[in-house]
Design a protein around this ligand. Structure first.
Ligand code: MN3
Length: 237
């Protein structure tokens, strides 16, 4: 074998192994960075320990919620009218969204809206019970805080597959409902007051298949001050 033969044989082998020099395939276009953005958690990942663990919070916020935001930005990239709306406005006007992206807006926009609310309703130091009008209306609508807790917990636990149990203000009335996937109560004309995320990503690392244990635990970390304040604003609106 001459030197040239060796070089040629090596080149042939490289080609056979898929090693030949190639211009790299163009990488996919990066996700648009707006108009929707991931709101920061305003507490540390471990703030809700031991009820909701730090790793779950980090993955849930930084990965899952971020994916909803990124995918929503992709969905609205060609639709300036949608880009101008808030997530809640997107949910309220879902029926008017272009059909080509309506499902994406429903799922990704719903995920963004639902999680943006969820983070603000959690705290270990947000008061131990509902306040003011929310406390009064819970008693009026459900009989007692304990009865309400049972009803919202049952709605969350009973959600088939992925979804949320919700307390909503529906035309002046407090109601407990369950919605699948990332469907927003806003699309149905109600305002979410608080919700329990029962997607497995919300609890599986710590609770595995024990959804009822996670739902029981979350009652230790409601930010009742924030939820009560939100409710008072919703009633005024
Ligand atoms: Mn979630």
């Amino acid at each position: 074998m001459t030197r040239r033969d060796v070089i040629s044989a090596c080149a042939a082998l490289g080609t056979a192994l898929g090693l030949r020099a190639q211009t790299p395939a163009p990488s996919p276009a990066p996700a648009p960075t707006g108009p929707f953005t991931l709101p920061p958690l305003d507490y540390p990942y471990d703030a809700l320990e031991p009820y909701i663990d730090a790793q779950t919070m980090q993955i849930h916020h930084d990965k899952h919620h971020k994916a909803y935001v990124d995918n929503l930005n992709k969905a609205v990239a060609a639709y300036p009218d949608l880009q101008k709306m808030t997530p809640d406005q997107l949910m309220a006007n879902l029926a008017n969204a272009p059909e080509a992206v309506r499902t994406a807006v429903r799922n990704q926009g719903g995920g963004h809206a639902n999680h943006s609310l969820f983070w603000t309703t959690l705290s270990k130091s947000g008061g131990s019970t509902p306040k003011g009008e929310l406390a009064a209306d819970i008693n009026k609508s459900f009989g007692s805080l304990a009865a309400f807790q049972d009803k919202l917990s049952a709605a969350a636990i009973g959600t088939f597959g992925s979804g949320w149990g919700w307390l909503v203000l529906d035309h002046g009335n407090l109601k407990v409902i369950s919605l699948p996937n990332q469907d927003s109560p806003i699309t149905g004309g109600a305002q979410p007051v608080m919700g329990i995320d029962v997607w497995e990503h919300a609890y599986y690392l710590k609770y595995q298949n024990r959804r009822p244990d996670y739902v029981k635990a979350i009652w230790n970390v409601w930010n009742w001050d924030a939820i009560s304040g939100r409710y008072a604003s919703l009633k005024k609106a």
